[in-house]
Design a protein around this ligand. Structure first.
Ligand code: KG4
Ligand code: ZN
Length: 320
């Protein structure tokens, strides 16, 4: 059994999986409600909440897996990128659990974790493929040749796709984080109602700051009653622009690199229009799109573990 721990942002998560990639437990304690009134994640508040939650969440994961600490042979933990204080809570907990039992520890890159959400049972994906990783913090095109890692071939030069969804949702009064709410609202709207083009920039990179500004101006131009009436159209058109950019660039990158397969991971992979726009792609299972520890444990299977006590001075990192 592998115990995975993830605390890079506002989800306290622990999971138990087998070496073969079967999920025995996948517990996620979301802090969304705690941060909602601030309109975003407050790092110090997140760290303190992780501290309260990490032990109970690990205990719950073990319980759900009908496992004891004695059944765990390897501890996998996110050590970056993310909020540094939040990461340190999970990393310290993982070190303590591993060292206390003389177990090896494997440090996992959070983005590798998102990719490894595709390697779990019952339908594990075999590389090579072109990965599209879209979260609240990153938008990357990845050349994935094997399960041990990835090579980034494109990134965003400003906002991440999830960030664009969240900022758009905020402009439409949908609260934080609003990606999923915007997705739901868009289902009642006309995606052709407004023209919100996404900037096409050189190479395989993305830019989402322009489309956000276009939405802002469209919202400002409408009278309150009219705005209320057109909210679903605005959401649908905005979502269409972001999804188009993601799909276009992913297809271009796949063609350039000679990949037959496109795979989509990360929180934005839960978006219904994105999923529908890539019918041939491998899509991360819905439950594994947003942050969780099963994906971290999964990635841990393909990274060299560190023997005790060599990992005790291991550090977390905020940015890749
Ligand atoms: O991967 P994730 O849980 O956290 C990061 O590593 O950032 O991704 C969270 C992001 C948020 O921006 C959220 O609004 C977005 O994923 N998201 C969605 C949907 N569900 C979550 N965006 C668009 N449509 C969705 N259905
Ligand atoms: Zn993430």
């Amino acid at each position: 059994m592998i115990l995975g721990i993830e605390t890079s942002c506002d989800e306290t998560a622990a999971a138990v999986i087998t070496r073969g990639g079967e999920i025995r437990a996948n517990v996620v304690a979301s802090q969304v409600a705690l941060h909602a009134r601030f309109g975003g994640v407050v790092p110090e508040v997140a760290s303190r909440r992780h501290l309260e939650l990490v032990a109970p969440v690990v205990r719950e994961a073990l319980g759900e897996a009908s496992a004891a600490l004695e059944d765990v042979q390897l501890v996998a933990v996110t050590h970056g990128p993310g909020l540094i204080g939040a990461l340190l809570v999970g990393l310290s907990a993982a070190k303590a659990l591993a060292w206390g039992r003389g177990l090896p520890l494997v440090p996992v890159d959070h983005l590798h974790g998102h990719v490894a959400s595709l390697y779990l049972e019952p339908d594990p994906l075999e590389p090579p493929f072109l990965g599209l990783l879209a979260t609240g913090g990153h938008t990357l095109l990845l050349d994935v040749q094997d399960r041990a890692g990835y090579r980034a071939v494109g990134t965003t030069i400003d906002d991440a796709a999830g960030e664009a969804f969240d900022k758009g949702a905020r402009l439409l009064g949908l609260g934080y984080p609003g990606g999923a709410a915007l997705d739901r609202l868009a289902q009642d709207g006309d995606p052709e109602a407004f023209d919100f083009p996404v900037a096409r920039i050189e190479g395989l990179d993305f830019s989402f700051s322009g489309v956000k500004t276009a939405l802002l101006y469209a919202v400002k131009k409408l009278e309150p009653a009219e705005l209320e009436r057109r909210r679903a159209d605005l959401a649908a058109s905005y979502q269409r622009a972001i999804v188009r950019a993601l799909v276009e660039r992913a297809r271009t990158a796949a063609a350039q690199l000679g990949h037959e397969r496109i795979a989509v991971v990360g929180g934005v992979a839960a978006n219904s229009e994105l999923r529908a726009s890539l019918p041939d792609a491998a899509l991360a299972p819905l439950a594994l799109c947003t942050d969780n520890a099963a994906m971290i444990a999964s990635a841990g299977r393909y990274v060299e573990p560190l023997a005790p006590p060599t990992y005790l001075d291991l550090d977390a990192y905020a940015a890749a």
